[in-house]
Design a binder for this molecule. Structure first.
Ligand SMILES: [Ca+2]
Ligand SMILES: [Ca+2]
Length: 91
């Protein structure tokens, strides 16, 4: 598999792994999202041991405000991190 497809597959695997930590295996609850942020994205999101900070990030990416992060919303989060870390991106 190509380098890029391997990277994308890893993104899917990480999402699936954390989303499956409770009965709702297709979406991330705030508890699951918090764990994912702390274990996988601590370099990007500082202060995730603070509930207020987790709430803020969660609400930003829970676009339909249903209290869960679905795969589409997670994709948006990943995309926003890519934009932020790639210095050539305009925004
Ligand atoms: Ca879940
Ligand atoms: Ca949502």
């Amino acid at each position: 598999m190509s380098e890029l497809m391997t990277a994308l597959e890893t993104v899917m695997k990480v999402y699936d792994e954390y989303a499956a930590k409770d009965e709702q295996t297709g979406t991330l609850t705030k508890t699951e999202a918090k764990q994912l942020m702390q274990e996988q994205l601590s370099e990007r999101f500082e202060g995730t041991e603070d509930e207020g900070k987790v709430d803020q990030i969660f609400e930003e990416f829970d676009c339909d405000s249903n209290g869960e992060i679905n795969f589409g919303e997670f994709g948006w989060l990943v995309c926003s991190i890519l934009h932020a870390i790639h210095k050539k991106c305009p925004a």
